[in-house]
Design a protein around this ligand. Sequence first.
Ligand code: EPZ
Length: 421
Amino acid sequence: MNKICIKGPSKLIGDIKISGSKNSVLPILILSLFLDGEVIIKNVPNIFDVNIVIKLLIYIGSKIEYSNSTYYINNKFINTSSIPYEFASKIRASIWIIAPLLYRFNCVNTFFPGGCSIGLRPIDLHIYALKKLGVLFELNNNIISAKINGSFFGSIINLNKISVGATITSISAAILAEGTTIIKNSSKEPEVIDVINFLNMLGANIIGAGTNEIKVIGKKKLNNIGKSYYIPFDRIETGTFLIAAAISRGNITCENVKFDRLKIVLNKLKNTGASINVGNDFINLNMNSKRPKSVSLYTFPYPGFPTDMQPQFSILNSIGTGSSYIIENIFENRFTHVNELISMGANIIIKNNKIIFYGVNNLFGSIIEAKDLRSSISLVLAGSIAIGETIINNINYINRGYENIFSKLKSIGLNFKLFFD
Ligand code: EPZ
């Protein structure tokens, strides 16, 4: 177990080159299996979840080379559709391997996916969508056995809940189906748009990216390619560093980013009193040494406020002026950071899926524990502004989603030491 010891408070100031999007690259790497040729994927972040997917691809026969954030992947020699528990159970992304491997082998054996324990994380919508396209399942305990007799058939898929993952499953499973598929109540997330752009680059015919209804016109085959795809920036990493500037009364510029994917986050940050300046490829937040105002919000599917930035904004509301609330509408267990914050002196009450904040002047160092990816980075932000020493156990969650995070944090002035058991 790794831990970090942070000495606060620090004002966080500097420039951060934002990495490629974790939640875009994970499905794109897996869906490269739809192609027998070589595909080149650029700007891939070096993070734990990506490394697991790469190991999984190599295990089933992908030939992969890597240099300078670029993967050269050749899936000509895929030789199995049985996925070991050690891979499937570690990441949420493993669910997306079912569709491309069914097209190759007509049967797949895998396990229920992993992912941060921020809720039950069911896969019923994924199963529903694949069944609508002709897939037959045997599910027992955490084992998934899937097969297809003949081919996938286009269908109407009506998702009764907006789901990023199930939207990606539905789209990818339909691209080589016989006929057309309509996906209703689809996710509009930017990461889904990136996946659609990638699959269309491979030769798929997907219409409606960014809307709540997506049409997939099934193709007989994808044109073999040698094309490359550049993974867009990570909007959640960007928001995380902007919030770091706001809570520490600092001044941070995020580079290699576009503001259009962060409109609601920037609006909320402006409401805290931050001054925000955007350009073609950067976003700057300058708090001008002021204490932020706390700002109420609720999480909602895109273009709503992203759930993946709820823990980070909780830190801001803990020390912001006034009282506020956050309502978490997406996951049922995404408050694991709250008790840790209370142990640092925050004045917070939880009522069902609502957190109520009474802003305090200061947080104080404490010994706390990270329980998932976004709570780990949020507690680091809390430690950066706390008076005294904060020790965070289980800090290794942070490596799931933030590339070179400790050198980035050092470059903006965080005062910390890492301890590896
Ligand atoms: C993706 O998870 C992201 N992960 C999550 O990011 C993100 O928080 C989430 O989308 C929401 O935006 C990846 O892309 C790898 P969902 P996903 O399906 O696809 C329920 C991070 O920190 N649901 O959009 O698993 C589900 O329980 C991670 O980077 C079902 O009920 O999320 C949730 O309440 C955390 N049945 C809601 O839908 C299903 O079959 C939205 O989940 C699937 C989902």
